[in-house]
Ligand binder design. Structure first.
Ligand code: NAP
Length: 412
């Protein structure tokens, strides 16, 4: 067992192991790492942990329990370990496989593009999975939010997020501009900043494979590849092509591409594609046509926020970063640290609670996920909500963050 300087490994917990096919073997008392998060993360984590522990007890009595292990990132890591992202945090996640986290402040000028992006890339958590579903009673800006039921698979390790950017006016930018002119006859304005985005066959196929496997496992009807391939033919257009190739190569007995069936999958899973701008219209005008979505990093970022808004906003949007090849995963709040509300016990903890639901599914403890979903459904239907929903509802009862957690527990 690795020895950590700051991380205390719970003595009575057991390690999750991973089978050769990437599936987790979860013991009855698994060690699960958590990062409470900065700002409002502290309040949110306290309320969420209370719900998780109560739901596990509700489902399994004394037979199962989570052995929580705190690991450090963000401001707390800087004060405890003198570093915003200590190596031992990454090592602990690698060794214990599953972690859950609250939001983190990205230090300005700290050498990181974002702590979240760094965690995803260094651990190769290639799939950012964001289910978007509506809970009746939650305030929404659209007329029929109940029609939205999608799961986004956003590629996490490529695209502009891992590409090179060169600042306008620097020697490097000038050199690249000159190279592009000489090698490709590409005349870039000399006062340009430059960005390069890589999109690979391997990166594209593994995210599309994960989306298709998820759709098959959960009895979903379709997977839509969302891209801007009409303009970026060799990155986004290639993503689309590689997706259809993958269906033919690996899934021909259970799935079929639109190109090969003209829209009639004959009982198989339908894999289709759409251009990103049309997609953003159609999720509003005909959301029932979309089910599982597979897309690249930047598109996925925009789409998950747009869809989250349709079903109640970022206070209620869960997320997971998963490597489906080795089972490693970090479940996380998708909103930020909302620093003005820090330690006021006020914000909505639903994003982390719903991320926990995904975590329990990943662990194979589906009874816990189902129990929490039902309890949250009752809590929202009874109009017992935090400030962000209360201000948009009539006749709602305003609860603090911790009170909302308590209410979910009462509704288990
Ligand atoms: P933010 O923290 O997401 O907050 C923006 C607004 O969203 C808040 O003022 C609040 O709106 C609402 N909100 C956020 N969390 C909420 C919750 N749990 N319940 C209810 N409402 C919630 O965005 P930001 O202010 O732009 O970013 C602050 C810091 O967070 C930055 O350092 C940023 O880098 C970081 N960040 C971290 C993550 C992450 O860790 N995953 C993601 C994004 C940003 P109202 O004021 O209208 O109530």
């Amino acid at each position: 067992m690795a020895k950590f300087e700051h991380v205390q490994v719970p003595e009575d917990g057991e390690k999750i192991t991973v089978a050769a096919d990437g599936t987790l073997q979860t013991p009855d008392k698994p060690v699960i790492a958590f990062i409470e998060g900065d700002g409002t993360g502290r309040d949110i984590w306290r309320a969420s942990k209370m719900v998780f522990d109560a739901a596990v007890k509700h489902c399994y009595g004394a037979a199962r329990e989570v052995a929580w292990m705190e690991i450090f990132a963000g401001e707390k890591a800087n004060s405890v370990c003198g570093n915003y992202l200590p190596d031992e945090t990454l090592e602990a996640i690698q060794e214990y496989h599953v972690a859950i986290k609250g939001p983190l402040t990205t230090p300005v000028g700290g050498g990181f593009r974002s702590l979240n992006v760094t965690l995803r890339q260094r651990l190769d958590l290639f799939a950012c999975v964001r289910p978007v579903r509506y809970f009746p009673g939650v305030p929404s800006p659209v007329k029929e939010p109940g029609k939205v039921d999608m799961v986004i698979f956003r590629e996490n390790t490529e695209d502009v997020y891992s590409g090179l950017e060169l600042q306008e006016g620097t020697e490097e930018a000038k050199k690249l501009i000159e190279f592009c002119r000489e090698a490709y006859g590409w005349n870039i304005r000399p006062d340009s900043g430059i960005g390069i985005k890589p999109v690979s066959i391997q990166g594209s196929k593994r995210i599309i494979r994960a989306a298709i496997n998820y759709a098959l496992k959960h009895g979903r009807k379709s997977v839509t590849l969302v891209h801007k391939g009409n303009i970026m033919k060799f990155t986004e257009g290639a993503f689309r092509k590689w997706g259809y190739d993958l269906v033919r190569e690996e899934f021909s007995d259970v799935a079929v591409g639109w190109e090969d069936c003209g829209g009639d999958p004959g009982g198989k899973l339908l894999v289709k594609d759409t251009i990103a701008d049309i997609f953003l219209q159609q999720i509003l005008t005909r959301p029932t046509e979309f089910d599982v979505i597979a897309t690249m990093n930047l598109n996925g970022d925009y789409m998950s926020d747009a869809l989250a808004a349709q079903v109640g906003g970022i206070g209620i949007a869960p997320g997971a970063n998963i490597n489906y090849e080795n089972g490693m995963a970090i479940f996380e709040a998708t909103h930020g640290t909302a620093p003005k509300y820090a330690d006021l016990d006020q914000v909505n903890p639903s994003s982390v609670i719903l991320s926990g639901i995904m975590m329990f599914e990943h662990l194979g403890w589906t009874e816990v996920s189902e129990a929490i979903i039902q309890a949250m459904t009752r809590t929202f239907a009874n109009k017992t909500v935090t400030y962000d929903f209360e201000r948009l509802m009539t006749g709602a009862t305003l609860l603090k963050c911790s009170e909302f957690g308590q209410k979910v527990i009462e509704n288990l």
